[in-house]
Design a protein around this ligand. Structure first.
Ligand SMILES: [Ca+2]
Ligand SMILES: [Ca+2]
Length: 120
């Protein structure tokens, strides 16, 4: 996987916004905003669609940040999960659907906020 130089600068943002997904005190509105921000970073060329190559670059950078490696099979599985309309790319809405599903799962008492005990 070739490393896109500009992706390095956004990696810190990506990591912090994905970490936010489980943060205590986060509201559902904040989860929506964090997801939109994440999509902006994911959609490197800003055309509104995250291609498999953009997703691979995004996931590879995030994995490297954690000292892990990313393999294509993982990217393919992630794409398959995210790409619910099966057009071969990920839209902001598709990413948001996944992020909000995670939020709702974490928000065990469904009050729209991740309470301290729910943050993982
Ligand atoms: Ca794109
Ligand atoms: Ca799609």
């Amino acid at each position: 996987m070739r490393i896109v130089p500009c992706a390095i600068a956004v990696t810190a943002l990506l990591v912090s916004s994905s970490a936010l997904a489980q943060k205590a005190g986060q509201t559902r509105d904040q989860a929506v905003a964090a997801s939109a921000k994440k999509f902006k970073n994911l959609d490197a060329d800003g055309n509104g669609k995250a291609t498999p190559a953009e997703l691979a670059a995004f996931m590879t950078k995030a994995a490297e940040k954690r000292g892990e490696t990313m393999d294509q099979a993982k990217v393919d599985r992630r794409l398959k999960r995210l790409d619910t309309d099966a057009d071969g790319a990920v839209s902001a809405a598709e990413l948001q659907a996944e992020d909000l599903a995670k939020f709702d799962k974490a928000d065990a008492n469904h009050n729209g906020v991740i309470d301290g005990a729910e943050a993982g």
